[in-house]
Ligand binder design. Structure first.
Ligand code: NAD
Length: 425
């Protein structure tokens, strides 16, 4: 007779990326000094929604798209996080990204918890009308689980202002009145905030500048490599170029381009806008692997997760790594960089400019009172500067990495709120 095996079933979100987020949490817990009850509550997402979106394609056929939304913690306020359209989207990825959003919001002292969602699809194969159908059905099916006081989506990989406009319109049509505060990253014409589109990339550069001050480095004398040339990487490369730094290589899904004398970033951005990517650009080309190994002072990772791992961390040829993307360095990759003495500006701090200006957008929408660009830039610089200084000081006083310091700081604030509220009932 065959005996039943009663091993504990694996949880649905238990994927390599979720394990990476969990391992980072476990590494930070002993130093964070939080109670075991609080730690246990923060190890898992509060809520996860899995949907199948039926979408009528342009050729008349019907296709099913898996879609997800994960809300990690609502202790500090409504949850907040991006929506990505990508073939690799899965529950574990959303759960990991949602957990990182919780620490990021707490670190920046924003009254939010973390969430993330997405649709598993290849956005480059979909027409505008198919993308609109996917987005509208996703929003409609998510309507019971999102809301200005519940969970507020924003753009992420392969989603943009237009996606947010469709989400805002769909939600508003269902409610019967306009609800701009349901999403952030909208066009300015419907309640979006000036500077939101540039906020993440510009924030990455603000954090780099602050780190350079501490390290005694002069930005214009540094060379940069930027992986990812979309919203985050494209804006960051443009800002670095504008500030006089030498951007020697950039790369996107089509591979990299390289010029040791410094690339003309605005011209490259024009090419990418016109052609959809850097494919076909006449500059010297690099492979994905080759791009990361180019000798430079600072490597900015602004494409996607798991780019620097045990397999290539030893081959990087830079003096500092900057995480513009979420989770671009694996646990093993992180350990190798630490051994090599290469500091990492961690994602939860470095790319927090996006969610910070999203918060400003939500506040402006709720109050129906809008701020100008200078005010937003000033408030963003203040928030990022304050978070950076807290992380830097904690890293020095506790003798931990900047990542650990950022996580400890965020986790402590969430834990303090959870301790004060208690675990219901
Ligand atoms: P995007 O879609 O605008 O750009 C992604 C870029 O990465 C594109 O240039 C794409 O071609 C490139 N890319 C994709 N796969 C690649 C690969 N395997 N190798 C090299 N390049 C590749 O997305 P985005 O909004 O710029 O997001 C990038 C990262 O930043 C993601 O990790 C996202 O979660 C994170 N992030 C984004 C925001 C935001 O406000 N948009 C905020 C915080 C964090």
């Amino acid at each position: 007779m065959v005996e039943a095996v009663h091993a504990a079933p694996q949880l649905e979100w238990d994927t390599p990326l979720f394990r990476q987020a969990r391992t980072q949490l476990e590494q930070a817990i002993p130093r964070a000094g939080i109670s075991e009850d609080v730690a246990e509550r923060l190890r898992y997402p509060e809520r996860a929604v899995i949907l199948t979106l039926p979408v009528r394609m342009d050729d008349g056929s019907l296709r099913s798209f898996p879609a997800y939304r994960v809300q990690h913690s609502s202790v500090l306020g409504p949850t907040k996080g991006g929506v990505r359209y990508d073939e690799a989207v899965n529950l574990g990825e959303c759960a990991a990204l949602a957990m990182w959003m919780t620490w990021k919001c707490a670190l920046l002292r924003l009254p939010y918890g973390g969430a993330k969602g997405g649709v598993r699809c290849n956005p480059r194969e979909l027409s505008q009308s198919e993308l609109a159908h996917v987005t509208r059905r996703f929003t409609s099916d998510l309507a019971p689980f999102i809301g200005p006081g519940i969970d507020i989506p924003a753009p992420d990989i392969a989603t943009n202002e237009q996606t947010m406009a469709w989400m805002m319109d769909t939600y508003s049509m269902q409610k019967g009145y306009v609800v701009p505060e349901i999403v952030t990253g909208k066009p300015v014409s419907i309640g979006g905030s000036v500077f939101r589109t540039e906020a993440t990339g510009a924030g990455v550069v603000m954090v780099i500048e602050r780190a350079c001050e501490r390290l005694g480095w002069r930005l214009p004398s540094l060379t940069f490599v930027v992986q990812g040339f979309g919203n985050v990487g494209g804006v960051a490369a443009g800002e670095l170029h504008e500030k006089g730094a030498r951007v020697v290589a950039v790369g996107d899904v089509s591979g990299g381009v390289y010029d040791p004398a410094g690339l003309d970033v605005p011209t490259l951005a024009e090419w990418a806008r016109e052609h959809g990517s850097l494919a076909g650009h006449p500059a010297e080309r690099l492979s994905h692997e080759g791009l990361l190994e180019v000798e430079c002072d600072v490597l900015v990772l602004a494409a996607r997760e798991e780019q620097v791992t045990a397999a290539n961390a030893g081959a990087l040829s830079c003096r500092m790594v900057v995480e513009g993307a979420n989770g671009p360095i694996s646990i093993e990759g992180d350990a190798i960089l630490a051994e090599r003495g290469i500091p990492v500006l961690p994602d939860v701090l470095t790319n927090a400019g996006g969610v910070t200006v999203s918060y400003f957008e939500w506040v402006q929408d709720l109050s129906r009172l809008f701020w100008d660009r200078d005010e937003i830039r000033r408030r963003l610089a203040e928030k990022l500067g304050d978070a950076f200084d807290r992380v830097w000081t904690l890293s020095e006083t506790e003798g931990v990495s900047l990542r650990n310091a950022a996580l400890i700081s965020g986790i402590r604030d969430v834990a303090a709120a959870l301790d004060a509220r208690g675990i219901y009932p």
